[in-house]
Ligand binder design. Structure first.
Ligand code: HEC
Length: 127
């Protein structure tokens, strides 16, 4: 009986969970992510994230597609496929800093808690 009640409780809380809390990273971390971004990503995505040749922009309307969804989606894509010439080869720290840089570039507000590896599943990239 208690288990059933708990299950109903979980069901009711799903919309709040799906809405999520904003992804956490610090402003200092975002600043620190610029250098590795320029070294490992900008040759394809451009110095101002505008996209070059077949590599899409990491800003503007293209980036808007990541908003309102778990930040972990972006993380998972990045570590599985990027940098395209050497996927998965950067340290978790470097991926975290680069992601913080990309988020800050897109005006996602920083907080006082660093991004440290995969974002928890309830954290979203805010609209
Ligand atoms: C050798 C070129 C190259 C490099 C270097 C590179 N990318 Fe990419 N990236 C691409 C291409 C091409 C695509 C589109 C193909 C795809 O979606 O798999 C892409 C797609 C992406 C996307 C998905 C964008 C979207 O909205 O669909 C993200 C995020 C991304 N790259 C992040 C990065 C990051 C972060 C780095 C540096 C760590 C990086 N990339 C380095 C070529 C590159």
């Amino acid at each position: 009986m208690f288990a059933a009640a708990a299950a109903v409780g979980v069901g009711v809380s799903i919309p709040a969970f799906a809405q999520g809390v904003p992804v956490q990273f610090t402003a200092g971390q975002a600043a620190g992510g610029q250098d590795p971004y320029l070294r490992r990503c900008s040759s394809c995505h451009g110095d101002t994230l505008q996209g070059l040749l077949e590599a899409p922009p990491l800003t503007g309307r293209q980036f808007d597609g990541w908003r309102g969804k778990p930040a972990k989606n972006f993380w998972d894509f990045m570590i599985e496929f990027m940098p395209q010439d050497e996927p998965g080869k950067l340290s978790p720290q470097t991926y975290s800093d680069i992601m913080a840089f990309i988020l800050a570039f897109n005006k996602v507000p920083a907080s006082d808690k660093p991004l440290d590896g995969p974002p928890p599943p309830d954290q979203i990239i805010p609209k």
